[in-house]
Design a protein around this ligand. Structure first.
Ligand code: ADP
Ligand code: MG
Length: 571
């Protein structure tokens, strides 16, 4: 499509505002242009935090010689024409504002050659005015060089942060697009040093490896292909969620590793970030965040990207549907059958448990290269390694030898996880194991607890507590959950009632299950026999999420053989 000025009616519908806030905004706009031009390679160079120099070189379609000046006019674009196009934007750009906005605050040199022309052209603009123009040889594609950014806008210049901060914003922008477009080769060099290089293989996992490193890449779970259809009253409404999320064995201390792309556009969304973090509920420690690359595709009509000039915020027509779909896709990958099948399923798929165990021995808790295919690896990633028990430490930790080094297992946390999963499984199947008491036991509650228990004691049946009111602030208990019958459950009744206080909230059941698991689990400080430890580890191996306890604390700590070697100065 050729570059044309938008008509005033369309212009008036475009969210107005400044698009160039800082050097990284320039980088973002230029990369988007290169991507819209169908480039398979984009090379970005930056000097002086982007203020001295930003160079973006691509091998895309290029700009026709006769249209080059027009590209620098405000609201000139080749990407949309009519008002109706605004409702179905498939390109990253559409406003026709980036090049003129950059030209207004910096000096620009552009060299471009269209795929349909044999000679390229060169144009240089100073203060938005053409300073030079000539024919120039170039292979198809475009190179844009920006110099002296904000030199004429001292207020903007003053607002910029340190060189390091501006460079990190730039690296962030390039990183996100490199994740979104794994089929494009990206090279970023900052202050003369290559800091990022992707291969453009088209495989997201390759980009993740090249950007975040092997350890993260080895622990990413596929969430792909969860196509959802819903009746939105529009034709052709579809929604699919693709991408990868980290297994709970790894986490980061900030949210900067969560990326969302909507129809391949990088967007910020606190709502969606929340959906993802909710899916990790109970799997990560407080203050820890996952790595997630989530690609949402949906009908352009379901989306308004025209609400903010920088196009990093979008509005979904059916926000709740998208939120739910993202959360479900992530949760399913984390604990669902699709990504983490039961032991038996793996056994069938991989010719017996012994082979699986062998694979586990080579598992990458350590960061070694995987020796099994990514698919198998992903299926196995959530299982703990098979462990040989060496003994008990401080009457709290089980010491074991595993596939790669030494493992310490928190006995209480491990047992808590096992019991929690058991309780949840039985409760959902309405098969909670209960133990009838030979003689009903009465217990008394305080007035505050009585108020709650009076109306909600029946909720406890789901968990195996059978009780009836028995006069003043007293209850008669006839049966208790099996896991608790040998424990001092009367002591924990207060805590159970506290879970019920939040009975309206949706998570009271989970709280209750956690509380029961916590009280039934072996204590820290309890001596365990070898048989008991073996039994515990055996059960842990069967757990769906064996790495964290239901509170999100880690169950296992590993000292790798590499670490050991290092400690002993053997490397
Ligand atoms: P928009 O991207 O919103 O259309 P811009 O001001 O960013 O507006 O760019 C104006 C026009 O210049 C684009 O519509 C496109 O036709 C052309 N253009 C800009 N950069 C490139 C590029 N790297 N390769 C090919 N064409 C480009
Ligand atoms: Mg653009």
């Amino acid at each position: 499509m050729s570059i044309k000025l938008l008509n005033p009616r369309v212009i008036s519908q475009i969210a107005a505002g400044e698009v160039i806030e800082r050097p990284s905004s320039v980088v973002k706009e230029l990369i988007e242009n290169s991507l819209d031009a169908g480039s398979s390679e984009i090379i970005v160079e930056v000097m002086g935090g982007g203020v001295n120099l930003i160079k973006v070189m691509d091998n895309g379609d290029g700009i026709l010689s006769g249209e080059l000046e027009l590209a620098f006019s405000r609201h000139a674009t080749s990407k949309i024409g009519e008002l109706a196009d605004l409702e179905s934007i498939t390109s990253l750009g559409f406003r026709g504002e980036a090049l003129p906005s950059i030209a207004a605050v910096a000096d620009i040199d552009i060299t471009t050659c269209s795929v349909s022309e044999s000679v390229g052209s060169y144009l240089s603009l100073c203060d938005g005015i053409v300073a030079n123009r000539k024919n120039q040889g170039r292979s198809p594609g475009t190179t844009v060089i920006i110099r002296n950014l904000f030199r004429k806008v001292p207020a903007r210049l003053k607002f910029l942060k340190s060189l390091t901060t501006e460079n990190s914003h730039i690296a962030n922008v390039v990183t996100r697009y490199a994740l979104a477009f794994s089929e494009v080769r990206f090279i970023l060099s900052i202050e003369g040093k290559v800091v990022l290089r992707t291969s453009g293989s088209g495989q997201l996992i390759d980009s993740v490896t090249q950007i975040y490193g092997v350890e993260i890449a080895q622990n990413m779970l596929d969430i792909s292909n969860n196509e959802v259809e819903w009746d939105s009253g529009l034709d052709e409404t579809f929604l699919s969620i693709n991408g990868r999320v980290s297994s709970p064995v790894i986490s980061r201390s900030n949210r900067g590793y969560i990326s969302f792309f909507v129809n391949r556009r990088w967007i910020n969304s606190r709502l969606l970030a929340w959906a993802v973090e909710e899916a990790y509920h109970g799997l990560l420690m407080k203050g820890k965040h996952p790595v997630a690359i989530i690609d949402i595709s949906l009908s352009p009509k379901e989306l308004d990207i025209n609400i903010h000039p920088t196009k990093t915020e979008v509005k979904f027509q059916n926000e709740r549907v998208v939120f739910g779909a993202v959360q479900k896709a992530v949760r399913r990958a984390l604990i669902g059958k699709a990504a983490v099948p039961k032991i038996e399923e793996i056994t069938n798929a991989y010719q017996g448990i012994s082979e699986m165990r062998q694979a586990l021995w080579k598992m990458p808790l350590s960061g070694n290269k995987p020796v099994i295919s990514p698919e198998k690896h992903q299926m196995l990633a959530a299982f703990p390694p098979v462990l040989r028990i060496l003994g008990q430490l401080l009457r709290s930790y089980i010491v074991a030898e595993g596939p790669d080094g030494l493992y310490l297992i928190d006995q209480h946390a491990a047992h808590e996880r096992i019991l929690f999963e058991k309780i949840e499984k039985q409760r959902l199947a309405k098969e909670i194991e209960t133990q009838g008491l030979l003689k009903p036991v009465t217990f008394e509650v305080n007035p505050e607890q009585d108020e709650i228990l009076k109306t909600q004691y029946k909720n406890l049946i789901e968990f195996g507590f059978f009780m009836d009111p028995f006069g003043d602030r007293t209850y008669l208990v006839r049966a208790v959950p099996f896991v608790l019958h040998q424990k001092n459950w009367i002591e924990m009744v207060g805590e159970l009632v506290d879970c019920l206080v939040d009975g309206d909230k949706k998570d009271w059941r989970e709280k209750l299950a956690i509380s029961i698991a916590c009280h039934s689990a072996v204590r820290t400080g309890q001596t365990l026999t070898n048989d008991e430890m073996r039994e515990l580890i055996g059960q842990l191996e069967q757990a769906v999420i064996p790495h964290t306890c239901p509170h999100g604390r880690p169950i296992m700590v590993q000292l790798t053989s590499v670490q050991l070697k290092k400690e002993f100065g053997r490397t």
